[in-house]
Design a protein around this ligand. Structure first.
Ligand code: ZN
Ligand code: ZN
Length: 236
C-alpha cells in the first residue's frame, strides 16, 4: 500500500501533522535555550571539578532513565489501544505497530518526522523544568542538568532506534553502538522476533537483558496481546 496521500483530507492531515511536528521542535529549542542560559549561570557559580563531574555523572543516569521510559512507552503502544484510540492511536500505536511489519520504514523518515513524537512528549516536562529555574543552589543545578539530559536523550531515542535499523550508520554513531552507549542492532533485533513481546527499551537497550530475565514488560505483554487478538477475533 502506498504511503502517498491520495485525497484532499489525507493531504490536509499530513500537512497538519507536519505543522505540529515542526512547531513542537521550535518550542522545544526555545525552551532548551532558556534552560541553557539558566544552566550557564548556575555553572558559573560551581567549581571547575563540579563543572566536569556533574554532567559526566548525570549522563549515564539520564540514559538509564530514558531507556526505562522508552521501554514503558513502547510496551504500552505495542500492546494496548489501536490505531483508532483517541489522541494516541494514530500518533503512537500506529507507528509502533507498522514498524513490526516494515522495520526499515523508520530509516526512510527524516529527523523531524522520526523524532516528533518524543519531542511532543517532552514539551510539558521541559516547560516545568524551565518554570522551576533559575537554579541557584548546587543540588538544584545538578537536578536541572539531569532533567535536561533526560529530555535530550528522550528526544534522541527514536533516532537511536532508527540508527539500529540502518545498515551503515555514520562512523561516530557506529562507535557509540560498538561501545554500547546507544541501542545496538543485535540488542534491538531481539525485539523484532514475533510476537514482539520483549526487548522494548530502545534508547540504550541496557535494561533489556535484565527485564527479559526478570519478565518485566514481558509476561504482561503476552497476556495483553492474547486479549487484543481475542477481541479482534470476536469482532470478525
Ligand atoms: Zn515494538
Ligand atoms: Zn525497531
Amino acid at each position: 500500500m502506498s504511503n502517498t496521500p491520495n485525497s484532499g483530507a489525507e493531504r490536509a492531515n499530513t500537512l497538519g501533522r507536519k505543522v505540529v511536528d515542526v512547531s513542537s521542535f521550535l518550542v522545544f529549542f526555545v525552551l532548551l535555550a532558556i534552560l541553557s542560559v539558566y544552566l550557564f549561570e548556575a555553572y558559573a557559580e560551581r567549581t571547575p571539578a563540579q563543572r566536569i563531574a556533574w554532567p559526566l555523572v548525570a549522563l549515564p543516569i539520564a540514559l538509564l532513565i530514558s531507556d526505562l521510559l522508552s521501554g514503558i512507552v513502547h510496551f504500552l503502544a505495542d500492546n494496548y489501544g489501536s490505531e483508532g484510540t483517541p489522541f494516541v492511536g494514530k500518533r503512537f500505536c500506529k507507528p509502533f505497530r507498522d514498524h513490526h511489519v516494515d522495520p526499515k520504514g523508520i530509516t526512510r523518515r527524516g529527523f523531524i518526522e522520526a523524532n516528533a513524537n518524543t519531542c511532543i512528549l517532552s514539551l510539558l516536562p521541559l516547560a516545568i523544568v524551565v518554570w522551576l529555574g533559575p537554579y541557584e543552589t548546587g543540588p538544584a543545578a545538578f537536578g536541572a542538568t539531569l532533567g535536561a539530559l533526560i529530555l535530550i536523550t528522550v528526544i534522541m531515542t527514536n533516532q537511536f532506534h532508527k540508527w539500529a535499523h540502518v545498515d551503515h550508520p555514520p562512523r561516530p554513531v557506529a562507535a557509540l553502538q560498538r561501545w554500547g552507549v546507544i541501542l545496538t542492532k543485535d540488542n534491538h533485533d531481539l525485539h523484532h522476533i514475533a510476537p514482539y513481546d520483549t526487548y522494548y527499551c530502545i534508547t540504550t537497550g541496557w535494561l533489556n537483558p535484565l527485564f527479559d530475565r526478570l519478565g518485566v514488560l514481558k509476561v504482561e505483554a503476552s497476556a495483553a496481546r492474547e486479549k487484543t487478538e481475542a477481541q479482534s477475533q470476536s469482532r470478525e
